[in-house]
Write a protein that binds this ligand. Sequence first.
Ligand code: ADP
Length: 559
Amino acid sequence: MKGQMRARLVYAVLAGAAADLAGLGLIAAAAWLITRAAEQPPLAALSVAIVATRAFATGRGVFRYAERLTGHDVALRAQAGTRERLYESLIPPQRPRVGGADLLSRMVDDTDAVQDLLVRCLLPAAAAAIAGLTAVVIGLTILPVTALVLLAGLLLAGALLPAATAAAARRWSARMAPARAELAGRVADLVHGAADLSAYGAGDRALRDAGEAGDALGRLERRQARVHATALAGGTLVQVLTVVAIVLFAQAGGVGTVGTAVLALTALVAFEPVLPLAAAGERYAGIAAALRRLREVRSASPAVTEPATPAAPPSPPLTVEVEDLVVRHAPGGRPAVDGVSLTLAPGRRVALVGPSGAGKSTILAALMRLVEPESGNIRINGVDIADLDSDDVRAMMTGLTQDPYLFRTSLRDNLRLAGPEADDERLARAVRDARLEHWVERTGWDAELGEDGSTVSGGQLQRLALARALLYDPPVLLLDEPAEALDEETADELMADLLDVTHDRTTLLVTHRLKGLERVDEIVVLEDGRVIQRGAHDDLVSRPGYYRDLWESEVLTRR
Ligand code: ADP
């Protein structure tokens, strides 16, 4: 595959160089033809040049077409390969710590950089180098000093100038990014805060601030455009001066009219593929930054280390023991989970309760092997989960994630995600257990869900997610805030159904609502990553403390 890509790349470079050379040949042959024709020789003396001119003109088009076709083919393949490797590096647990929106832009824009690098920088540069060197060789055969002048001019316009534009672009983008962010922020304030701004008569000032931010960006952009134009004009100036110098040297060197014309026009044309390299240099700065960001994603250290030789996964019934678990998200930062121990015996249900940020989701993440504990351990039937393949761990312990996602496909396929082999009967049972059968009867199994699909309420979404989890049927069920963001009535109904269906299932339930928790075996109350209370509901409400306060305020708000 790699060899094939390399061959295609070489082919594209050669086709590009051939197109440039045909352009060079065309001008050289035409120059010879025109100057020689002015001397009015017999027509037969011109026939070879006439044929050559035609052949070069046709060849240039054909070679350019071949170069574009192969060049883009190689570039798109390389881009696809990069995307594929990026996807691979994102599969948990190798998932790097890059946010969703940022990641999306890396997937889309930054992988385009791979294509740009090949099509806009490397291929044109290689083809220009071949064409330029050929022109230098032509110069050598006529008058060596002109070849040296041409070489110097080409290096100036094709290497020094692009390097300078690349450096300038890097500097400018560093200056313009904050100005652009400032303007975007001001405009966002204007749009989102329009009502408040007009209520307090502050609209004019906000408009003036946004205008100033726009002017500041405009000034930077104009200055950047001047630098850009100067760089491009510089290339043309080098081209003209080189040609003039070559003509002077040719005349001083006693080269005839035809030879001088050939030298001058060859030099003129040799610059054609070289001049756009200044703009390519400018582009390269952005491409290099994109490639750096891609490398960052790919080389981000995996969230957890897989064992070299994974232990055999224990078979159910499973007992999960968490002992002195400490998890820190950022080195040197505050631990998110700080010395938590708990046991999930077969068929027992444990609830994790505590304020937001207490570390509840982090414990679930550690159980699912999505984060590496700093110390302490998690054992399933005595086997440390660090010694197990993380996919095996998730096959044993998984469940409802905090933000269940609906795919843009049918209801049936959205459920089958968790049980590809499930027959209709099993699907129907999961839907019944999640108390979704009425909704499914109305909507139909083939209804399209997700964006643009049938609308699904928050409660239905959680029930769909629950049905998925029930279909997957892991020996240990993890439920992360299933009633989050639901109105009270829907949340109560969902929790009641959830507690019914998890009866006798080994379950770890993360929740901030206490209603119904009298039905679980143990409640572990967390604060700042530590266990502050634990016990059964009746026991906890009888003692003063966080749980009783929370229970009382919940009862009060229900009245
Ligand atoms: P809970 O689920 O109880 O709301 P979390 O486990 O989500 O709490 O968070 C516990 C602490 O860890 C919080 O202070 C939170 O800011 C921090 N935290 C959670 N996830 C990350 C992460 N991926 N990177 C850095 N810090 C995190």
